[in-house]
Design a protein around this ligand. Sequence first.
Ligand SMILES: C[S@@+](CC[C@H](N)C(=O)[O-])C[C@H]1O[C@@H](n2cnc3c(N)ncnc32)[C@H](O)[C@@H]1O
Length: 203
Amino acid sequence: MDARQYAPATQRNREAILAVLSENLMPQSNILEIASGTGEHAIFFASNSKSWHWIPSDINPTARESIVAWKNTNNTDNLALPLDINVTQDNWSELVADRAIDAIVNINMIHISPWSACLGLMKGAGQILSGGNILYLYGPFKRNGEHTAVSNARFDESLRDRSSTWGVRDLEAVIETAATANFQLQQIVEMPANNLSVIFVKS
Ligand SMILES: C[S@@+](CC[C@H](N)C(=O)[O-])C[C@H]1O[C@@H](n2cnc3c(N)ncnc32)[C@H](O)[C@@H]1O
Protein backbone atom coordinates (compact mmCIF):
# COMPACT_ATOMS: atom_id res chain seq x y z
CA MET A 1 0.00 0.00 0.00
CA ASP A 2 1.29 3.47 -0.88
CA ALA A 3 0.76 5.71 2.17
CA ARG A 4 1.85 8.88 0.37
CA GLN A 5 -0.75 11.64 0.57
CA TYR A 6 -1.07 14.56 -1.81
CA ALA A 7 -2.07 18.13 -1.00
CA PRO A 8 -2.23 19.98 -4.35
CA ALA A 9 -1.56 23.39 -2.74
CA THR A 10 1.95 22.25 -1.79
CA GLN A 11 2.87 22.00 -5.49
CA ARG A 12 1.74 25.58 -6.00
CA ASN A 13 3.40 27.23 -2.98
CA ARG A 14 6.56 25.20 -2.39
CA GLU A 15 8.89 27.14 -4.74
CA ALA A 16 7.87 30.51 -3.28
CA ILE A 17 8.23 29.24 0.29
CA LEU A 18 11.62 27.66 -0.44
CA ALA A 19 12.86 30.99 -1.82
CA VAL A 20 11.94 32.79 1.43
CA LEU A 21 13.35 30.00 3.61
CA SER A 22 16.60 30.01 1.66
CA GLU A 23 17.04 33.71 2.35
CA ASN A 24 16.33 33.36 6.06
CA LEU A 25 17.60 29.97 7.25
CA MET A 26 21.31 29.34 7.56
CA PRO A 27 22.98 26.42 5.80
CA GLN A 28 23.84 23.51 8.12
CA SER A 29 20.73 24.23 10.21
CA ASN A 30 18.63 21.67 12.03
CA ILE A 31 15.10 22.69 11.09
CA LEU A 32 12.04 21.44 12.95
CA GLU A 33 8.84 21.54 10.91
CA ILE A 34 5.66 21.55 12.97
CA ALA A 35 2.53 20.17 11.24
CA SER A 36 4.24 18.75 8.15
CA GLY A 37 0.99 17.25 6.85
CA THR A 38 1.58 15.01 3.81
CA GLY A 39 5.34 15.57 3.96
CA GLU A 40 5.53 16.97 0.42
CA HIS A 41 7.02 20.25 1.63
CA ALA A 42 9.52 18.41 3.81
CA ILE A 43 10.74 16.21 0.95
CA PHE A 44 10.93 19.19 -1.43
CA PHE A 45 12.81 21.47 0.97
CA ALA A 46 15.20 18.73 2.10
CA SER A 47 15.89 17.67 -1.51
CA ASN A 48 16.51 21.22 -2.64
CA SER A 49 18.70 22.31 0.24
CA LYS A 50 20.96 19.43 1.12
CA SER A 51 22.78 21.41 3.81
CA TRP A 52 19.65 21.59 5.96
CA HIS A 53 18.75 18.74 8.27
CA TRP A 54 14.95 18.72 8.08
CA ILE A 55 12.94 17.23 10.98
CA PRO A 56 9.25 16.86 10.09
CA SER A 57 6.46 16.25 12.60
CA ASP A 58 2.70 16.01 12.82
CA ILE A 59 0.02 15.24 15.38
CA ASN A 60 -1.75 12.94 12.92
CA PRO A 61 -0.50 9.33 12.52
CA THR A 62 -1.76 9.12 8.91
CA ALA A 63 0.27 12.23 8.09
CA ARG A 64 3.34 10.72 9.71
CA GLU A 65 2.88 7.54 7.63
CA SER A 66 2.68 9.69 4.52
CA ILE A 67 5.89 11.52 5.46
CA VAL A 68 7.69 8.18 5.94
CA ALA A 69 6.38 6.94 2.57
CA TRP A 70 7.59 10.12 0.81
CA LYS A 71 10.96 9.76 2.52
CA ASN A 72 11.26 6.11 1.42
CA THR A 73 10.51 6.88 -2.22
CA ASN A 74 12.94 9.81 -2.39
CA ASN A 75 15.88 8.53 -0.38
CA THR A 76 16.63 11.95 1.09
CA ASP A 77 19.12 11.36 3.88
CA ASN A 78 18.90 14.89 5.29
CA LEU A 79 15.21 14.28 6.08
CA ALA A 80 14.59 12.76 9.53
CA LEU A 81 11.78 10.40 10.44
CA PRO A 82 8.68 12.35 11.54
CA LEU A 83 8.14 13.14 15.21
CA ASP A 84 4.76 12.84 16.93
CA ILE A 85 4.31 16.45 18.08
CA ASN A 86 1.09 18.02 19.27
CA VAL A 87 1.78 21.66 20.08
CA THR A 88 -1.21 21.87 22.42
CA GLN A 89 0.42 19.33 24.73
CA ASP A 90 2.31 20.76 27.69
CA ASN A 91 6.07 20.45 27.38
CA TRP A 92 6.06 19.23 23.76
CA SER A 93 9.39 21.02 23.44
CA GLU A 94 10.97 18.27 25.56
CA LEU A 95 10.48 15.87 22.61
CA VAL A 96 13.35 17.62 20.81
CA ALA A 97 15.49 18.33 23.86
CA ASP A 98 18.20 16.01 22.48
CA ARG A 99 18.42 17.83 19.11
CA ALA A 100 20.02 21.22 18.56
CA ILE A 101 17.19 22.94 16.68
CA ASP A 102 18.19 26.16 14.86
CA ALA A 103 14.85 27.12 13.31
CA ILE A 104 11.16 26.16 13.39
CA VAL A 105 8.89 26.20 10.33
CA ASN A 106 5.09 26.05 10.52
CA ILE A 107 3.03 26.16 7.33
CA ASN A 108 -0.76 26.39 7.22
CA MET A 109 -1.53 25.22 10.74
CA ILE A 110 -2.63 28.05 13.00
CA HIS A 111 -5.85 28.73 11.07
CA ILE A 112 -6.75 25.02 10.77
CA SER A 113 -6.50 24.31 14.48
CA PRO A 114 -7.80 25.97 17.65
CA TRP A 115 -6.11 29.16 18.85
CA SER A 116 -4.53 27.04 21.59
CA ALA A 117 -2.32 25.53 18.87
CA CYS A 118 -0.87 28.97 18.10
CA LEU A 119 -0.33 29.59 21.82
CA GLY A 120 1.32 26.17 22.24
CA LEU A 121 3.46 26.64 19.14
CA MET A 122 4.82 29.95 20.42
CA LYS A 123 5.40 28.70 23.95
CA GLY A 124 7.27 25.56 22.83
CA ALA A 125 9.23 27.39 20.12
CA GLY A 126 10.30 29.92 22.75
CA GLN A 127 11.62 27.09 24.91
CA ILE A 128 13.44 25.37 22.02
CA LEU A 129 15.03 28.24 20.10
CA SER A 130 17.92 30.47 21.18
CA GLY A 131 18.63 34.15 20.53
CA GLY A 132 18.90 34.90 16.81
CA ASN A 133 17.04 31.73 15.74
CA ILE A 134 14.13 31.98 13.30
CA LEU A 135 10.48 30.97 13.65
CA TYR A 136 8.78 30.95 10.23
CA LEU A 137 4.99 30.95 9.75
CA TYR A 138 3.11 30.72 6.47
CA GLY A 139 -0.58 31.09 5.75
CA PRO A 140 -3.43 33.56 5.28
CA PHE A 141 -3.79 36.32 7.88
CA LYS A 142 -6.15 39.19 8.64
CA ARG A 143 -4.50 42.61 9.00
CA ASN A 144 -5.96 44.92 11.66
CA GLY A 145 -9.02 42.69 11.89
CA GLU A 146 -9.78 42.83 8.15
CA HIS A 147 -9.39 40.21 5.47
CA THR A 148 -6.90 41.18 2.79
CA ALA A 149 -8.78 39.41 -0.03
CA VAL A 150 -12.26 38.13 -0.78
CA SER A 151 -10.83 34.64 -1.27
CA ASN A 152 -9.42 34.73 2.29
CA ALA A 153 -12.81 35.84 3.69
CA ARG A 154 -14.51 32.91 1.92
CA PHE A 155 -11.83 30.53 3.11
CA ASP A 156 -12.29 31.84 6.68
CA GLU A 157 -16.03 31.16 6.46
CA SER A 158 -15.43 27.63 5.21
CA LEU A 159 -12.98 26.99 8.06
CA ARG A 160 -15.46 28.25 10.66
CA ASP A 161 -18.14 26.01 9.13
CA ARG A 162 -15.85 23.04 9.67
CA SER A 163 -14.97 24.04 13.25
CA SER A 164 -15.95 27.03 15.35
CA THR A 165 -12.43 26.97 16.82
CA TRP A 166 -10.71 27.40 13.42
CA GLY A 167 -10.32 30.54 11.38
CA VAL A 168 -7.93 32.92 9.66
CA ARG A 169 -5.99 34.66 12.44
CA ASP A 170 -5.28 38.33 13.03
CA LEU A 171 -1.64 38.95 12.27
CA GLU A 172 -1.47 41.47 15.13
CA ALA A 173 -2.70 38.85 17.65
CA VAL A 174 -0.13 36.38 16.36
CA ILE A 175 2.65 38.96 16.68
CA GLU A 176 1.52 39.77 20.24
CA THR A 177 1.50 36.09 21.17
CA ALA A 178 4.94 35.63 19.64
CA ALA A 179 6.25 38.52 21.74
CA THR A 180 5.21 36.72 24.93
CA ALA A 181 7.68 34.00 23.97
CA ASN A 182 10.40 36.54 23.10
CA PHE A 183 9.97 36.50 19.33
CA GLN A 184 10.25 39.80 17.49
CA LEU A 185 8.76 40.30 14.06
CA GLN A 186 11.61 40.42 11.54
CA GLN A 187 9.86 40.44 8.17
CA ILE A 188 6.53 39.94 6.41
CA VAL A 189 6.68 38.70 2.82
CA GLU A 190 3.61 38.75 0.59
CA MET A 191 3.20 35.36 -1.04
CA PRO A 192 1.09 34.04 -3.93
CA ALA A 193 -2.65 33.49 -3.37
CA ASN A 194 -2.93 36.14 -0.62
CA ASN A 195 -0.77 34.28 1.88
CA LEU A 196 2.04 35.69 3.99
CA SER A 197 5.40 34.49 5.17
CA VAL A 198 5.85 35.84 8.69
CA ILE A 199 9.39 35.63 10.02
CA PHE A 200 10.17 36.03 13.71
CA VAL A 201 13.57 36.16 15.36
CA LYS A 202 14.15 35.07 18.95
CA SER A 203 15.63 37.76 21.14
C1 LIG B 1 -3.69 22.18 6.52
S1 LIG B 1 -2.58 21.00 7.15
C2 LIG B 1 -1.06 21.72 6.62
C3 LIG B 1 -0.02 20.67 6.37
C4 LIG B 1 1.24 21.18 5.68
N1 LIG B 1 2.00 22.06 6.53
C5 LIG B 1 0.90 21.85 4.37
O1 LIG B 1 0.97 23.06 4.26
O2 LIG B 1 0.51 21.12 3.45
C6 LIG B 1 -2.61 21.30 8.89
C7 LIG B 1 -1.77 20.31 9.66
O3 LIG B 1 -1.71 20.72 11.02
C8 LIG B 1 -1.65 19.55 11.80
N2 LIG B 1 -2.05 19.93 13.18
C9 LIG B 1 -3.26 20.33 13.60
N3 LIG B 1 -3.26 20.55 14.92
C10 LIG B 1 -1.99 20.30 15.35
C11 LIG B 1 -1.36 20.35 16.62
N4 LIG B 1 -2.05 20.67 17.73
N5 LIG B 1 -0.05 20.03 16.72
C12 LIG B 1 0.64 19.69 15.61
N6 LIG B 1 0.10 19.61 14.37
C13 LIG B 1 -1.22 19.91 14.24
C14 LIG B 1 -2.65 18.62 11.11
O4 LIG B 1 -2.48 17.27 11.48
C15 LIG B 1 -2.32 18.89 9.65
O5 LIG B 1 -1.35 18.00 9.15
